[in-house]
Ligand binder design. Sequence first.
Ligand code: ADP
Length: 614
Amino acid sequence: MALGNISFTLLSFFYCILICVVYFCKPRIKNEETKLYSYLIITCMTGVTLSLGTYFFMANLDKYPILNYIFSKAYLLFIIVYLAIMTLYVFKISIFEKDEKLIKHKTLIINSTIILFTLAASLILILPISYVSQNKIVYSYGQSVSLTFTITRVVAIMWIIILIFKRKNVPWKKVIPMIAYIIVGSIVSIIQKNNPELLLSTAMIVFVTFLMYFTIENPDVKMIESLNEAKDQAERANNAKTDFLSSMSHEIRTPLNAIVGFSNGLIEEEGLKERAREDVSSIITASASLLELVNGILDISKIEAGKLEIIDTNYNFHKVFDELVLLTKARLGEKALDFRYSYDESIPEYLYGDASRVKQVILNLLTNSVKYTNTGFIEFKVRSVIKNDIVRLIISVEDSGIGIKKENIDKLFSKFERLGVEKDTTVEGTGLGLAITKRLVEMMGGKIVVQSVYGKGSIFTISLDQKIVTGSELEKLKKQEAVKIEDVKVLDASNKKVLVVDDNNLNLKVAKRLLEQYKCETICVSSGFECIDKIACGEKYDLILLDDMMPKLSGSETLVKLKEMPSFNMPVVALTANAISGMKEEYLKKGFNDYLSKPIEKAELNRVMNKFLS
Ligand code: ADP
């Protein structure tokens, strides 16, 4: 070590202060890397101070021999501490981030490194140090100085080896300070050999530390905080939107329930004038498309809020296919289109998947082909590839309709995008169908593609993997199916009593109408309180249909109160217009025996009546 030109050390001192101020004043993320860097800066600051002290005491060697000795040794210790922290930093960036095997031994590696460097430091303290003055420059030398510089070189070589072996783990940016240390260190040692009066080693260490400032992970805390806040806000807004949709769906579906229920009842009535029948039929069509729109908006918002779940169950694929064909035939109405359909006979009857979503996506393609085809044909085909217990369904819907322009194909699956039908108000639609279809298909792990020639027609193809149901599970399903076929007849529940609880009079009327066919006695009440009163008075019912969204006392709260009654054991089915996904599970968890969504579907009601009253 030499005593000579102090200017580099002084400059380093100011640089060091600058780094300290910038680094410690700025809010920062606390992690291992930033912690190590903090230690490094503090060590640097100490080192530069020691370096200045050494300069002063060496210049006055005769006056302060002991202080000179202490400062020289302390300076050597600073170098060792600096190397130790840098070595831990090298371990951190190269091993402790990704190397699974070595991460397990992290504590052992850290402790061994600290012990080794402590041993080296102790040796440096014990070994002798001497001074020599040459051309007015004072040098320190001796075993402790030599040992320090040997360690410096050995450690640098070790870093190189580690960084080369673990290069895949380390981002390039982080290696820069180490490379700088090695290159600048070598240049410094050459310069210093020829010009010992230039005190460069401290300046070099400060330079490397300064470089590191730009490479450590130190994301701006304020920015992260504001991002988190924005995320929370967005989440809150999203939740508010879902809540709003949930209540909106309720508000719209309740009157729709009444419209659909009454119109269906009316159209079946005998002696209705032709004109009235046509009007009722239009009311049914209009309310059906309104319902479709509400459901579409609900679906897309659920998908976007990540709240839509794919619920896999065993289902009968052949039956789903038949239902789709029937529904499409009904939609064809007056259109004289040649509707062809077929499926591979090799497709197993029972599959495992989300039947209602599979049906929804196919039905959407079929409905579109009916909507956008005026002459010619529609062909609905399901082909299959079977591999082990998986069947890949290749579902295609082809039509000879209006087709889609090439430039519009990309927009096809975007929300609210209706192509070329701006002026054509006769084609009903929302532009939501295909956006939902694509997202649902992808959620089920499938793919959808479209080929189309404008003016000639389109083919939409979905490929979707479904598990095949086999073995004892298959036997069970077949048995259940056999029982269900018998159940299809409308149940005769002549001597049964059903209690319907709903705050909306229209809904009560609809329910009463729907229940008429079962010949049961239907009693209607318009609040949870009345329902509780009836049960408390000892009345017995074979089934209670309980609306959830009622003012003052909700259906769920009513159920809790009913369940508190010691002898209460009647089946209670939740009745709700809330169509948000996961509702059924939610109601079953609350203790309801089943769930019916409004507008009540005949088939669903049939299922529930058979389940509890047969
Ligand atoms: P919409 O409710 O408008 O039918 P979709 O998302 O289902 O909404 O479809 C988006 C647009 O894609 C439609 O408006 C229509 O322009 C076009 N489209 C969909 N299917 C077909 C088809 N089979 N033939 C021609 N155009 C189609």
